[in-house]
Design a protein around this ligand. Structure first.
Ligand SMILES: Nc1ncnc2c1ncn2[C@@H]1O[C@H](COP(=O)(O)OP(=O)(O)OP(=O)(O)O)[C@@H](O)[C@H]1O
Ligand SMILES: [Mg+2]
Length: 661
């Protein structure tokens, strides 16, 4: 009794309930990869650019700071050279002698020679009170007091050589020469961002100078020799800085390194050029830098706009011997070079990041395509299986969950195929069996029909004959056997006809307990039941069953008689009934403690004409089975040889009538 639930899954019937557009897994994977790549690249790029920029800026600032130190060394060595020249000249004997003897004029030519030879702009001798005795630039002019010249004053008072940067007033320059005065003369050039100044020109000069006291042989101060180089429009120092520190390097036709000497805030010596190619002298430093370096006496390192370009710059104060700030020393590196380096680095960086992103994208595409191709294969194969092709298999050679899924899918579809083959085979054999049965039924019904009439004749005439034969006739015994056998044949034929002519049940709602009791009372008085105890185990208030009572009676009597026959000499027959609410059915069981049924016979007892009894026809159970089936019920058996047998019959209840009180 096999019930099979076979529901066919139509493709699309089990489609998911998500609405919205369908996004393939590959796209989703690529998109999520893309998001990660874009995010990390963005962070990477921003942070990277930040690091590169600050690194380059600080690198440039460190360099410019070192360059400023180098410029200071060059400036200082220039000053020391002047000091050496003045000191060595002052120590010459014939200067002493000329001063002692009062004939300083004899020394004039020698003084001029030293000045020219050492490229000094000024070289003069004063007496111990500071009055000029001899002036190499202007031999005719002497006698003026130089005590306002702090170097001369310091040499006179301290009796040692002093040297440093100093401001030389226009008045003194004029005494030297008109040329020096004009060299120190600057008309200010308008400079954006410079501090506002009421003055329009500068006439004083800035000078690197040294003063050395001269002593006689008793070590008495007899004069001072002082000399110096005017810094205004003198480009020796700045160009030397450019040459030695920056090696005259150019970037896009512009000097990379520049140096400048400011007198106060005015460019008096520089190799920063104007747009027209002339040196940018007379221009002024920006107010911001001036405040930092001159007012706050500090150093400036940073970006600054110089004349007409941006530079990474370093400025520091130039002080006189009294530590007063009188000017500024500047070096600067063209910023353009660093901006270009930075730009190139950023481009390289962006390029690498972009390339990385691209490579990752391609990789993720290949990866996700691999996944999606496999998924598509699985979807296709599933669809084929859903459409009934159980031979569909997936070929996925990948060492991951997809590979596993494919394997599972393949084994699933092969076991489905196996099951379906088994089911087909089972159905086929069942159909053949029922066809065979139908054929046998048809055949036996025809045979029975044909045999019925002649048999009827045999039964009738053998009875008549038996009545006419006296009791003592020796043939009577044979005739009696003929009658019994003929009766038996008639019963078989009737049974066969009954079996063949099974009618549709005429169902009504019946109380199954009443039907059971009726059946027992019908057979109760037969000899077979003399030693049989019948035990009822009936559930009260059982719902009515929907049955044809006469057909079901026949089934029940069959069960009861079979049980009694199995118990032969006597035993105990238990008849139970109960309602099974899950199945909406009434269950009736007939349980005996008779002989039981051998295992090998269990399959056969429902076959027509199968019997283990001498007088049996083997039709009771097949007819019962047919009736129960017509009632949409079931029959099941439990049996053990030597212990007994239980038949379990289930019949549907009358759903409309409800329960029977
Ligand atoms: N309660 C039972 N205990 C043991 N065997 C049984 C029982 N009921 C049926 N059988 C076995 O099943 C066989 C078939 O039973 P079935 O009722 O179809 O035929 P029968 O009883 O042999 O003949 P009849 O046609 O007279 O009923 C029996 O011959 C017997 O071997
Ligand atoms: Mg029977």
């Amino acid at each position: 009794m096999m019930r099979a639930f076979y529901e066919r899954f139509k493709p699309g019937a089990a489609s998911n309930s998500h609405t919205g557009a369908r996004v393939p897994i590959a796209t989703k994977i690529i998109l999520s990869f893309l998001l990660i790549i874009v995010m990390t690249s963005l962070i990477f790029t921003v942070v990277g650019i930040q690091i590169i920029s600050s690194r380059i800026v600080s690198e440039a600032q460190e360099k410019v700071n070192r360059d400023l130190n180098a410029a200071r060394v060059i400036y200082q060595s220039k000053l020391e050279h002047i000091n050496d020249v003045v000191r060595l000249t002052a120590n010459r004997f014939y200067i002493k002698d000329a001063l002692i003897s009062g004939s300083v004029g004899d020394f004039a030519q020698e003084l001029v020679k030293v000045k020219e030879g050492e490229n000094l702009d000024i070289l003069s001798i004063t007496d111990p009170s500071g009055k000029v005795l001899l002036r190499a630039n202007n031999l005719g002019l002497a006698g003026d007091d130089q005590n306002h010249n702090e170097l001369v004053a310091a040499a006179l008072s301290r009796h040692v050589s002093v040297y440093g940067t100093a401001i030389i007033p226009a008045e003194d320059l004029n005494k030297e020469s008109a040329q020096l005065a004009s060299q120190a003369h600057f008309i200010f050039v308008d400079t954006p961002m410079a501090r506002p100044r009421s003055e329009k020109e500068e006439t004083d000069g800035m000078i690197l100078a040294a003063a050395t006291p001269i002593f006689d042989y008793e070590n008495k101060l007899i004069g001072v020799l002082y000399g110096g180089v005017l810094l205004d429009k003198n480009y020796d120092i700045v160009d030397e800085v450019k040459q030695t520190v920056f090696q005259d390097m150019k970037y896009k036709n512009q000097d990379i390194g520049t140096a400048t000497i400011f007198q106060d805030d005015v460019r008096i010596s520089t190799n920063v050029y104007n747009a027209d190619g002339s040196r940018a002298i007379g221009t002024r430093v920006s107010e911001e830098v001036y405040n930092q370096v001159v007012i706050n006496k500090g150093t400036w390192i940073g970006r600054a706009y110089v004349v007409n370009n941006w530079y990474i710059t370093a400025y520091e104060p130039i002080k006189d011997i009294d530590h007063q700030i009188i000017g500024i020393l500047y070096v600067g590196i063209l910023e353009q070079k660093y901006t270009d380096i930075r730009r190139q680095a950023i481009f390289a960086f962006l390029g690498i990041t972009l390339l990385g992103a691209l490579v990752t994208m391609v990789l993720s595409y290949i990866l996700s395509r691999g996944i999606s191709v496999n998924i598509r294969k699985l979807v296709g194969a599933s669809r084929e299986v859903a459409q009934g092709n159980l031979n569909a298999r997936v070929e996925i050679k990948s060492n991951d969950e997809l590979g596993e899924l494919a394997e599972t899918f393949n084994s699933m579809s092969s076991s489905l195929k196996e099951r379906s083959d088994q089911l087909k085979e089972y159905t086929r054999s069942k159909i053949m069996e029922s066809e065979k049965l139908a054929l046998i039924g048809q055949l036996s019904s025809n045979v029975a029909h044909e045999l019925n009439n002649p048999l009827q004749g045999i039964v009738t005439y053998s009875h008549l004959l038996l009545e006419q034969i006296p009791n003592e006739d020796p043939n009577r015994e044979f005739l009696q056997k003929i009658v019994v056998q003929a009766n038996r044949c008639r019963d078989i034929i009737r049974g066969m006809l009954d079996f063949a002519r099974q009618k549709k049940p005429d169902k009504t709602a019946c109380d199954i307990n009443e039907v059971l009791k009726g059946c027992v009372s019908l057979v109760r008085n037969q000899a077979l039941f003399l030693n049989v105890v019948v035990i009822y185990n009936l559930e009260n208030n059982i719902p009515r069953a929907l049955i044809d009572p006469s057909q079901i009676e026949r089934v029940f009597i069959n069960m009861i008689v079979n049980a009694a026959e199995a118990m032969e000499g006597g035993g105990c027959l238990t008849i139970s009934s109960r309602f099974d609410p899950d199945d909406r059915a009434v269950e009736v069981t007939f349980s005996d403690n008779g002989s039981g049924i051998a295992k090998e016979n269990l399959d056969k007892i429902f076959d027509p004409f199968f019997t283990t009894k001498d007088t049996g026809h083997g039709l009771g159970l097949p007819i019962s089975y047919g009736i129960i089936k017509e009632h949409n019920g079931t029959i099941a058996i439990e049996s053990e040889v030597g212990k007994g047998t239980t038949f379990i019959i289930r019949l549907p209840i009358d759903e409309e009538g409800g329960s029977n009180g």
